[in-house]
Design a protein around this ligand. Structure first.
Ligand code: PLP
Length: 401
């Protein structure tokens, strides 16, 4: 890929076609995909009904412009509002753009309250994207390094720490919102305690802040509910979405409710491609298939099975710190840097991801069956066990040296 900018450390494989959880490379070798395009292809690859819906729409109409009304956009906004309880939707093309819209909403909201420099509380280890504003909101120096000056207006606190948010509330009168992933994805599949969202909601109510939940990775059924916040019943004011929404056709959305729902006026925000007929038909088909094929139930059932089996089969393996997650968003934290496992798994025809250097992340398509999960475990568990055995020996040798 000599004329492509060098922004990714790519693995040496290119896929030619896919079906369900399976991908085939150009040589016809088959791989089990436990990454799903990083939580994107919930329906798996080549879902016949999804493909048929897209083909039909491609022949009918691909793009017009937001200069005109778009019937499919209206339908999709209506459906998303019904599924989430939110009110209004802005459509864009990616997760970072959905977060940009959220950040702009928060700033408008602040200026309406006569706050000159509105600030947003964000979390350590958060990931919100790679545009200038979203990388500034992201809690990773690796993502930010080299791009200073960062966008101002973010106050960072540790994840899952309500006392830290309360301290900011007392000290900083310019705060207007909190932006958080309830289940951090890139940051290591980090889960919060049960009352965290209730606590954040209470702080937001007390101080008149917007509660903004980045569900770009955790949304669209991956955790077993349409949106992760629905496990606890607390409603956000703003919710950015993307990834699984279009099953691989690029689409993002920023949903808003209550005080945030009517903030944008014509001219405040926009996107050339955002919510075009092709992207909206993809999202509508995705939502219908998730619903009718009961894929959220499947995510819970298979996700629970995978986590339980990992815990059982790795019970004697020294060096597993924690197995965590919800539904089909699963993290296995090891005591060692385990990036090399990605390549080793690839050699054994399994696609996995490692984030934060030591967390194996599994994000298989929501259509994965128990038999396919078994196949995944049959490759993954010995890989992890052998890796840990090697690391433990090396570690012990280094201790005695
Ligand atoms: N927000 C979260 C929680 C994400 O996981 C990601 C991507 O991994 C993003 C935002 C950025 O999305 P995109 O890469 O589509 O801009």
């Amino acid at each position: 890929m000599t004329h492509v900018m060098n922004t990714y450390a790519r693995l040496p494989v290119a896929f030619a076609r896919g079906e369900g959880v399976w991908l085939w490379d150009a040589n016809g070798k088959r791989y089990l995909d436990a990454v799903a395009g990083i939580a994107v292809c919930g329906l798996g690859h080549g879902h016949p009904r999804f493909v048929a819906a897209l083909r039909e729409q491609v022949g009918r109409l691909i793009h017009t412009s937001n200069l005109y009304e778009i019937t499919l956009q209206e339908q999709l906004a209506h459906k998303l509002a019904a599924l989430s309880g939110m009110e209004n939707v802005f459509f864009c093309n990616s997760g970072c753009e959905a977060n940009e819209a959220a950040i702009k909403l928060a700033r408008l909201y602040g200026h309406k309250k006569n706050i000159e420099s509105p600030a947003i509380v964000v979390m350590e280890k958060a990931f919100h994207g790679r545009t200038m504003a979203t990388l500034s909101a992201t809690g990773s120096r690796k993502v930010q390094a080299g791009f200073e000056p960062l966008v101002a207006g973010f106050v960072r606190v540790p994840f899952d720490d309500l006392a830290a948010v309360r301290r900011v509330a007392e000290a900083n009168r310019s705060v207007v919102a909190v932006l958080v992933e309830l289940l951090q994805g890139e940051g290591g599949v980090n889960v919060c305690h049960d009352d965290y969202l209730h606590g954040l909601h209470e702080i937001c109510e007390t101080h008149g802040w917007l509660l903004m939940l980045d569900e770009v990775q955790s949304g669209m059924g991956r955790t077993g509910k349409w949106f992760a916040f629905q496990h606890s019943g607390v409603m956000p004011d703003v919710m950015p979405l993307a990834k699984g929404l279009g099953n691989g056709v690029p689409i993002g959305a920023c949903l808003a409710a209550g005080p945030a729902a009517e903030l944008f006026k014509p001219g405040n925000h926009g996107s050339t491609f955002g919510g075009n007929p092709l992207a909206c038909s993809a999202a509508l088909a995705t939502l219908a298939i998730i619903e009718e094929e009961r894929l959220m139930e499947n995510a819970v059932k298979i996700g629970d099975f995978i986590r339980a089996e990992l815990a059982r089969r790795l019970a004697d393996a020294k060096g597993v710190k924690e197995i965590r997650g919800a539904g089909l968003m699963i993290g296995i934290e090891l005591e060692y840097n385990c990036s090399e496992l990605v390549k080793q798994a690839l050699e054994q025809s399994l696609l996995i991801n490692v984030t934060m250097d030591n967390v194996i992340r599994l994000l298989p398509p929501l259509v994965i069956t128990r038999e396919e999960a078994e196949l995944m475990l049959a490759t993954l568990v010995p890989l992890i066990a052998e890796f840990l055995a090697r690391q433990n020996v090396a570690h012990a040798a280094a201790q005695t040296a």
